[in-house]
Design a protein around this ligand. Structure first.
Ligand code: AMP
Length: 280
């Protein structure tokens, strides 16, 4: 497995493969877990070459303490990628990606950027769009793999590709969970024992909301979820929203013509956890 720190080295390495071979790309912020590896394994099955990037992108953090405390486990990440038969890892520095200008470009994702995470994490999706576009331009992937764990991000990347000349297939991958249902996340390793014990409640509640979906009114389900979280001392609900998968607009009333999905964001202390579930 090759590890590159500069754009020029990576571009040089990939040049002979384009366009004969499929390049699968998995962008990450490191602190890898089995959820990330499931994306790498899918990419490995569907492409001749798999590139993984590890870059904690400063412009997508709206909270500076979250950025400073974001876990960094590079040695272990490289070991896991080697075991997954990843071909090539790109680990650029902030200067390599941003030079002297650590700022986001501004994007228009037809309003997707204003819903949910966009409301609660101002500027987040401009940061995501900025870094993913730069990475796509460097790697020139045939297929790029994103987890449904960050469902809004997945839809936004699809929109970005549709609106630009980038020729990348954006492929969504299902959420990989711990045995107790907690969605795997790099942030989970920062949870205290009590927070970790409490956190499967998030997915349990999503599953119960799914059961209620066919019988109850949307507003009643939202109220029920809010009340459920009031019983939890370790968890604080930030939002629970039932929205349509494509537009990400909140669904207030029933309609068979849309794909409904429930989205949730919860704080365990200062650790922010997100999850989602299809309601059909
Ligand atoms: P991150 O390192 O958190 O930026 O995640 C990198 C990629 O892995 C993103 O596309 C995430 O959606 C995806 N990912 C993170 N956690 C999971 C998970 N539990 N299951 C599936 N994909 C995931």
């Amino acid at each position: 497995m090759l590890v590159f720190k500069t754009k020029s080295e990576l571009i040089e390495y990939l040049k002979p493969s384009i366009p004969q071979e499929n390049i699968g790309f998995v962008p990450t912020m490191g602190a890898l877990h089995k959820g990330h590896i499931s994306l790498v394994e899918k990419a490995k099955k569907e492409n001749e070459i798999v590139v993984v990037s590890i870059f904690v992108n400063p412009t997508q953090f709206n909270n500076s303490s979250d950025l400073v405390n974001y876990p960094k486990t590079l040695d272990n990440d490289l070991k896991m990628l080697e075991e997954a038969n990843c071909d090539c890892v790109f680990v650029p520095s902030v200067e390599e990606m941003y030079e002297q200008n650590i700022n986001s470009e501004t994007f228009e994702f037809d309003g997707l950027e204003n819903e949910m995470e966009g409301k609660f994490r101002p500027g987040h999706f401009d940061g995501v769009g900025t870094i993913v576009r730069r990475l796509f331009e460097i790697v020139n992937p045939t297929n790029a793999y994103f987890g449904e764990k960050d469902f809004q991000q997945l839809q936004i990347i699809k929109k970005m590709v549709a609106k630009t000349s980038l020729e990348v297939n954006v492929i969504g991958c299902s959420i990989f969970r711990e045995k107790d249902g907690l969605a795997m996340s790099s942030r989970n390793m920062r949870l205290t024992e009590a927070q970790r014990k409490a956190s499967p409640f998030i997915y349990e509640t999503l599953q119960k909301a799914k059961k209620l979906f066919s019988e109850e009114k949307r507003n009643d389900i939202c109220e029920w979820v809010e009340n459920q979280f009031k019983t939890q001392s370790e968890l604080e609900l930030e939002y629970f929203i039932i929205a349509e998968e494509e537009s990400l607009k909140e669904i207030k009333t029933g309609s068979d013509s849309v794909k409904p999905r429930a989205f949730i964001a919860v704080f365990a202390g200062e650790i922010r956890l997100i999850d989602n579930i299809s309601l059909i």
